[in-house]
Design a protein around this ligand. Structure first.
Ligand code: ATP
Ligand code: MG
Length: 564
């Protein structure tokens, strides 16, 4: 067994290793506490699922706890609707937080008290300069920072001003509270970072109780400490913030052990964008129907598309947790979805691009019920009766008047099997004025009922069909990649590009399909296999609409073969 496979079966990684070492050395008294900290300013996407399964998994595997904490420090962009949606999505994913959700806004008072502690220690000051000036003075890498003229105010003066800031004595943007660390630090985050801004806006939970709002850096580590988090796991872009995370905590009297931040690589997927900002633009500019459009990588989108939550979890487990950013092929995700649906979904017949087929020797008005297997992968799934008549729908692609070489489906003079029913031979076709085939004429062999011939005659193809008088009408969405480029927005020859330039204009094709009667009874969200076409999910709101979840072909296996 290669070391790769060992890692996979034991499902370990550097974060799980760190937790194990901490437990052995008693760093946190053997306690493991994590949190998933979304900002309620958008919907969760599959990248968040990676963080969710990691944080909840760490707690579960170690008998610890994991809280859901809403990092709600930006009232302008946040909304209670997102708070509710995030909880629904977590529940659907099967991630169960310990206790009710927590909110950073519940800690505003404690954070404020701690800010006063830092002021009293001479470690924070009120700066009267505007945001632009402060940003300019920050300098850059190898470029010195400039100390604010307000940096050396006395603690008393700072405290007085800070209290007035809280009381609403000043306008938005007129003053900030900054940590007093080091304007020449190599790490930019240590160059006297801003802790509080004045914003006279109502908050979705604290209403107008506050006009001071803490920054992410000031709020995050302290919220971890208030809750008793041991392992604060976040994505790599926060690695540079870690010295600041530690600096704040080290200057405060904490109620429990000082939490530790560890960073891991965020999930990236080919042909996919996982940036809330870009996803919002897709919605706002109408490139998709909404955050829950079946083409979106949001949890809601994937759910509408028919992705099982368990397949998302298996995928996230399989890709593991690493310290280096990489991009995972979308085909791998799809293969997890396909494997799971192959096991669980019922087989049905549906024609997505219908062409009429008339059996000329079929007794008029006669109907036969044929028996079709529900799921060959599941012996307990049984079979169903499907009505067969002399008027059928077949797939447009399954008939050619002038067949190309190696075309084994229906063409005049050729005999094929209609799945679970009869052998038929095409005899003729009816054309419209433009020469398009609008109807196929065929004869059937009554001796082939059930789809096999008593004389051992072989046919080269088996086709699906739907009896026209019994057909249920439906709208079917066939999907292609939302972004045609493998790496949407990737720069070309150093030039910045917009991911929207890589949108695939043909990402959705909608057809009027004909379904076998049993498909009239699907439940919302149910996923079935349309024989030969792929897996299709009944829409969550309107079960006469179906979304193609994934096709049948295992593209991941092909990619693996090509790589070898
Ligand atoms: P933004 O900060 O731009 O609003 P975000 O995607 O970071 O967007 P958050 O709500 O802050 O959104 O994310 C919550 C948690 O999910 C964070 O801990 C973040 O690191 C993690 N996360 C977000 N995107 C990914 C991703 N692609 N892969 C793994 N974890 C992610
Ligand atoms: Mg974030």
């Amino acid at each position: 067994m290669s070391s790769d496979e060992t890692a996979e079966t034991e499902s370990t990684d550097f974060i799980r290793e760190k937790v194990r070492t901490d437990n052995e050395s008693g760093t946190f008294g053997g306690r493991v506490q994590t949190r998933f900290p979304p900002e309620p300013n958008g919907f969760l996407h599959i990248g968040h699922a990676k963080s969710i399964f990691l944080n909840f998994g760490l707690a579960k595997e170690n008998g610890g706890t994991c809280f859901l904490r809403f990092d709600d420090t930006n009232p302008e962009t946040e909304d209670v609707a997102f708070v509710n949606a995030i909880q629904e999505d977590l529940a659907w994913l099967g991630a169960k937080a310990d206790g009710p959700p927590k909110f950073t806004s519940d800690y505003f008072e404690q954070l404020y008290v701690w800010a006063e502690v830092l002021i009293e220690k001479g470690l924070a000051y009120v700066d009267d300069q505007d945001a632009e000036t402060i940003s300019e003075q920050r300098g850059g890498f190898g470029q010195p920072g400039v100390e604010s003229p307000f940096r050396n105010r006395s603690s008393e003066e700072n405290l007085g001003l800070f209290r007035q800031m809280r009381d609403g004595a000043f306008d938005d943007g007129s003053r900030v509270l900054r940590a007093k660390i080091d304007m020449q630090a190599d790490n930019m985050w240590l160059r006297d970072p801003v802790m509080y801004r004045i914003r006279n806006v109502a908050h979705h939970r604290t209403d107008d109780a506050w006009v001071l709002y803490p920054t992410y850096d000031w709020a995050h580590g302290q919220s971890d400490a208030i809750e008793g988090v041991t392992h604060s796991v976040c994505t790599l872009e926060f690695a540079d913030h870690r010295p600041l995370y530690d600096w704040f905590l080290s200057h405060l009297d904490l109620p429990s052990d000082q939490p530790q931040q560890t960073e891991f690589a965020r999930l990236n997927i080919t042909h996919t964008v996982l940036s809330k900002r870009v996803l919002r633009t897709l919605v706002e500019q109408g490139h998709v129907d909404g955050w829950d459009d079946a083409r979106m990588p949001t949890i809601r989108g994937l759910r509408r598309r028919g992705y099982p939550a368990t397949a998302i979890e298996s995928f996230v487990e399989r890709i593991g947790v690493a310290k280096i950013n990489s991009v995972v092929e979308v085909e791998l995700l799809e293969s997890f979805v396909r494997t799971e649906l192959n096991r669980s979904s019922q087989r049905r017949m549906a024609v997505v691009k219908p062409l009429k087929l008339t059996i000329t020797n079929w007794p008029e008005g006669h109907v036969v019920m044929v028996d079709a297997v529900n799921n060959p992968e599941d012996p307990d799934a049984g079979s169903r009766s499907v009505p067969f008549s002399g008027e059928l729908w077949i797939e447009e692609d399954d008939f050619r008047l002038d067949p190309p070489p190696k075309y084994y489906r229906l063409t005049p003079g050729r005999e094929v099997r209609l799945r679970a029913a009869f052998f038929v031979t095409a005899t003729d076709a009816v054309l419209d004025d433009d020469g398009n085939v609008i109807e196929v004429l065929a004869t059937y062999d009554p001796a082939t009922e059930g789809g096999s011939s008593p004389d051992g005659r072989k046919v080269k193809s088996t086709m699906h069909w739907v009896s026209a008088p019994h057909a249920v009408d439906a709208t079917v969405h066939l999907y292609d990649r939302l972004f045609s480029a493998e790496h949407p927005g990737a720069s070309v020859e150093g030039a910045e590009r917009d991911p929207l330039d890589d949108l695939n204009p043909m990402s959705r094709e909608t057809t009027a399909a004909k379904l076998e009667p049993a498909l009239g009874d699907v439940t919302r969200g149910e996923v079935v296999q349309f024989e030969r076409l792929g897996y299709f999910a009944a829409d969550l709101d309107d079960p006469t609409i179906f979304h193609r979840t994934v096709g049948l072909r295992d593209e991941w296996a092909n990619i693996q073969k090509r790589k070898k």
